[in-house]
Design a protein around this ligand. Structure first.
Ligand code: AMP
Length: 218
């Protein structure tokens, strides 16, 4: 399957993507994770992306689209993928359509995770992520690790993302509304959008998502 996951920052896209990709046996492709890996490796791409990320703005399309395309061209993504955080504007959605068309394939569904705005800010401000694996996500109040600062899953160090400060979260939300939300209408005209609530336990949301994806297949 070829799936795009959309939703505001803090909707739990990364967490859900990891579970869904595993259930569906397709790779989880997160442009945010690819940027963060480039930053920690000190690459030129990482250097270009960093200031935009820290400000909560989108990294320019000429950097992002090429990076996403390279990742989607890897052998593990030939049969399908779950895109998390790409596309994030209509230009990227059009570029993705072009890439898929060139390969003679198409998206199967766009899964839209819905979550109220006040919940988003609460979720992100307390979010702590494992340095070893961004799918290991905790929350200081809602899902605290057994030992503060230590990942329950692998013992890795937990940290707060630089762009998870309250001020940057507000910018990211605004960017989401103005630039990313229009892709939902774009995909709606293609009949691809499946909207589910992202509230509740992680496993409940995964079950809801799997059910919605199965139904969307007809
Ligand atoms: P995420 O991990 O998906 O929340 O992404 C973190 C940050 O990476 C975003 O706030 C953007 O600065 C940047 N980013 C990730 N994906 C994209 C994209 N598709 N287009 C532009 N910027 C992106």
């Amino acid at each position: 399957m070829r799936i795009v996951l959309v939703g505001p920052p803090g909707a739990g896209k990364g967490t859900q993507a990891a579970y869904l990709a595993k259930n569906l046996s397709i790779p989880h492709i997160s442009t945010g994770d690819l940027f963060r890996a480039n930053i920690s490796q000190g690459t030129d791409l990482g250097k270009r992306a960093r200031a935009f990320m820290d400000a909560g703005q989108l990294v320019p399309d000429e950097v992002t689209i090429g990076m996403a395309k390279d990742r989607m061209a890897q052998p593990d993504a030939v049969g399908g993928f779950l895109l998390d955080g790409f596309p994030r504007n209509v230009g990227q959605a059009e570029a993705l359509d072009g890439m898929l068309r060139d390969e003679g394939v198409a998206l199967d569904a766009v899964l839209d995770l819905e979550v109220p705005e006040d919940e988003v800010v609460k979720r992100i401000a307390g979010r702590r992520i494992c340095r070893n694996d961004s799918a290991h996500v905790f929350h200081v109040t809602y899902n605290p690790p057994k030992t503060e600062g230590v990942c329950d899953v692998c013992g890795g160090e937990l940290y707060q993302r630089d762009d998870d400060s309250e001020e940057t979260v507000r910018t990211r939300l605004e960017v989401y509304h103005t630039q990313t939300e229009p892709i939902i209408d774009y995909y709606r005209t293609q009949g691809l959008v499946v909207t589910i609530s992202a509230l509740g336990k992680v496993t409940e949301v995964t079950d809801r998502a799997m059910e919605a994806l199965e139904k969307s297949e007809g």
